[in-house]
Design a protein around this ligand. Structure first.
Ligand code: NIG
Length: 386
């Protein structure tokens, strides 16, 4: 692979505290890494030069929360919701039934299609989950297929107690044979800690078993109402707690005093008619915030991180730079991938060569021109994919 020198940058977002947002800068990519960032007039020679003619350059989006191993369609449920029906966790069972009936190849193709759709919009690092199998064989299959294509895979056997199964027996399965079967394919475990899914004690048990098996922890919490998800995530040192829509002051303080990232999913809150998440309060308290798409066929069927950024600015009161940072560095931090060689969500020497060029002079246009496809070029691991 040849080295590429990117010049003519209008606004450069590096997310590196030492580099900041340098003006008149250039970036060199060599193989799968960023090799150099600095003033254009001192840039080293490279095999290829790409003049972006004043466009904005930022790290590729890091989408730290998706559910992409699925089959089927929930258009009817979405239409009913738009007509006034509430979103219910029980809708997950519709996708579980379709996913169990799908072939391995059709699950692979659906995953590939959604990852390609996301990449074409500037997403270069994606976490995805199991959670639509809910048997040992179906969860193992989902984890294995996800691991073939996604950057990070999370075990979410504790998504819902499948209809027809008792909660106690299902928890024995999730914390025993199911965990053993998926463990070789996954880095993280998660639990949907919410009324209608798993309560505090059940969730704690799932996370304890996963931690004992060596997996990192994440939590779905405080999505549909107040609850103990955030408290539990902080208690167990989870890398992130995702949704964070209904938070108390104590939840916000707990997050601010912890290393647990508050991952906000604004497209999901819009699609499920939930109130906007308290992004401003979290940021003002000092919590680390990530933005993610939550792409799934039920509650948030979008792969567009640009839409999430625009919504975070227009609806949640985040500044453009806070939202862009949350959708790049914040997602990387939620996946514990923001530091060291091959880091994502940052542009600095040694980071993964994941670069997003907007067809706009600044990232402000993401919110100023919402809904307009602004991705102009994308490099992932040094390969130009758009
Ligand atoms: O993150 N909260 C639980 N899981 C998904 C919903 C998935 C679905 O409705 O299929 C979420 O929103």
């Amino acid at each position: 692979m040849s080295a590429t020198l990117i010049t003519g940058i209008g606004e450069l977002t590096t997310n590196d505290p030492d580099l900041g947002r340098p003006s008149s800068s250039a970036v060199v990519l060599d193989a799968d890494r960023v090799a150099w960032v600095g003033p254009e007039d001192t840039a080293p020679a490279a095999d290829l030069r790409v003049d972006v003619e004043g466009r904005a350059v930022l790290p590729g989006w890091v989408d730290s929360h998706t559910h992409l191993v699925f089959a089927g369609d929930r258009t009817a449920e979405f239409e009913a919701r738009m007509a006034g029906e509430p979103y219910r966790a029980g809708g997950i069972a519709t996708t579980v039934a379709a996913t169990r009936s799908a072939t391995d190849d059709s699950l692979r193709d659906t995953l590939r299609r959604h990852l390609a759709e996301a990449a074409s919009q500037g997403t270069t690092c994606v976490e995805t989950k199991t959670g639509y199998g809910l048997t040992v064989a179906d969860e193992e299959r989902a984890a294995r297929i996800a691991a073939e294509q996604a950057d990070d895979v999370t075990f979410l056997g504790a998504h819902l107690v499948p209809p027809g199964t008792g909660a106690a027996a299902y928890l024995d399965l999730v914390t025993g044979p199911m965990l053993e079967a998926v463990a070789p394919h996954v880095r993280w475990a998660d639990v949907f800690c919410e009324t209608g899914a798993f309560d505090l004690d059940q969730s704690r048990r799932v996370l304890a078993a996963a931690s004992a098996r060596g997996l990192g922890l994440r939590v779905h919490g405080n999505q549909l109402g107040p609850g103990p998800g955030v408290e539990l995530a902080v208690e167990v040192g989870a890398a992130s707690v995702d949704h964070c829509t209904h938070l108390s002051g104590a939840d916000i303080d707990a997050l601010a005093g912890s290393d647990t990232v508050a991952t906000l999913l604004p497209a999901c809150d819009l699609s499920t008619r939930q109130p906007p998440a308290p992004a401003r309060e979290l940021l003002d308290a000092g919590a680390t915030v990530a933005l993610a798409s939550n792409c799934n066929p039920g509650s948030s069927y979008t792969s567009s991180m640009a839409f999430c950024v625009a919504t975070a600015v227009l609806q949640l009161g985040m500044s453009v730079s806070e939202a862009v940072r949350a959708a790049t560095w914040g997602g990387a931090r939620a996946l514990r991938r923001e530091a060291g060689p091959g880091a994502v969500g940052v542009l600095r020497p040694g980071a993964r060569a994941d670069v997003h060029v907007l067809d706009a002079p600044s990232a402000t246009h993401l919110a100023y021109r919402p809904g307009v496809p602004l991705t102009w070029a994308v490099w992932r691991k040094g390969h130009r994919i758009r």
